[in-house]
Design a protein around this ligand. Structure first.
Ligand code: AMP
Length: 371
């Protein structure tokens, strides 16, 4: 299968060639034709499956082929739960749309609205937004969605986990009833199905890589360790020169800060990303990590959600997550694109219940490691 087989237009094909996307991923193969045909789609897919391009390519293509009802009006809206994901999706739209005459704007909170408002006033075809900032600007009458053609709710499960359901509903209430709606979620609990029922019309459901099946390419193991010994265990593991870059998950922002302090004091280049960090600090940490200037990035789940880091060899669950699906999201950061990855989990006496739930979900008993 090629992107040409999927009837992707040549200006987009040229970009895909440049980006070395040789063939569509399974979610792209399934979803692109459905979106091009105008269907509503309910997609069950995790980050790392190529889901962004699965909706971005056909959206750009449709907007390029169709005449705008009102020039300079917003024609497609993509709502994402986190700022990082908004930026990433915005970058993807900008990249795939390089050869098209369409404008894409990304808006998110935590930074001044001045530049975002300026971009909106200049007119934009595609708006990528987090719910809070979008509502804020809508309330200031700086955003009109009355000519919207396509609406995407990305990472809907995380949107609900983060308590954005009311904000999402407020936005949806302002959208034209006649529109194409796409909803993507890594998991499909009942709450998401209910949301989907209220947003989508006769949707086609597509699912790839069920969340309970962690990638085969990831070697998973667990260390049983007391909470007070976790720092020492991590520094010992990092003492292995084979471990280059690691994404380390902690349960709390405070825990992330403390760990970073400790690592830095031991000479390990580390930084934290979490909700209390400014947007600029988070972006800088992420960039430094991607550029290999940081060895360890310590993250809370919310901050790390949707963040795409290529070639990530190690994920460490310094604390086990309360929600077992989160474990699958976390370790999905490694072992991508045919590469092998390692996911190490630290389990204290208090976390044995969480470990049990995770093992039940993934259907695997993690092998036990020790130093
Ligand atoms: P996503 O699941 O949207 O976060 O995408 C994960 C990564 O896969 C991103 O770095 C994309 O640039 C990349 N990607 C998406 N589609 C393809 C493709 N067809 N071939 C190669 N890489 C891709």
């Amino acid at each position: 299968m090629t992107f040409e087989n999927l009837n992707i237009l040549s200006p987009i094909l040229k970009v895909l060639e440049r980006e070395k996307y040789f063939s569509p991923t399974p979610i792209q193969e399934q979803v692109i034709p459905l979106i091009l045909q105008g269907n509503d789609v309910l997609g069950c897919a995790q980050t790392g499956t190529g889901k962004t391009a699965a909706f971005a390519l056909p959206i750009l293509q449709q907007l390029a082929l169709r005449q705008a009802v009102k020039p300079k009006s917003i024609r497609a809206l993509i709502l994402t739960p986190t700022r990082e994901l908004a930026i990433q999706v915005g970058d993807n739209f900008a990249c795939y749309g390089t050869n098209l005459n369409l404008r894409c704007t990304t808006i998110f909170g935590g930074v001044s609205q001045v530049h975002q408002v300026k971009a909106l006033k200049a007119g934009t075809d595609v708006l990528i937004a987090t719910p809070g900032r979008l509502l804020d600007l809508m309330n200031q009458n700086l955003v009109s969605l009355s000519h919207l053609e396509i609406f995407v709710l990305d990472e809907a499960d995380r949107m609900l986990d983060m308590g954005f359901v009311h904000d999402v509903k407020k936005v949806v209430a302002c959208l034209p009833a006649k529109r194409q709606t796409l909803l993507f979620s890594a998991t499909m609990p009942k709450s998401i199905q209910q949301l989907a029922d209220s947003l989508l019309k006769n949707p086609v459901c597509v699912s790839v890589d069920p969340v309970s099946s962690a990638s085969q390419a990831v070697a998973q193991s667990v260390y049983f360790v007391e909470n007070s010994d976790k720092e020492q265990l991590l520094t010992t593991l990092l003492g292995d020169s084979g471990i280059l870059r690691s994404l380390v998950f902690t349960r709390t922002k405070r825990g992330a800060n403390q760990l970073v302090k400790k690592l830095i004091s031991q000479g390990v280049l580390a930084a934290a990303i979490h909700g209390n960090k400014s947007q600029n600090a988070r972006q800088k940490a992420l960039e430094d990590f991607k550029q290999n200037d940081l060895r360890v990035l310590v993250a809370t789940d919310i901050a790390a959600r949707g963040v795409d880091i290529e070639d990530l060899p190690h994920v460490v669950n310094y604390d086990l997550p309360n929600i077992p699906e989160t474990y699958v999201h976390r370790i999905g950061r490694t072992g991508r694109g045919g590469k092998s990855g390692v996911a190490v989990s630290f389990c204290s006496r208090e976390e044995k219940g969480e470990l049990k739930s995770i093992e039940k979900l993934i259907g695997v008993t993690l092998s036990v490691s020790s130093i």
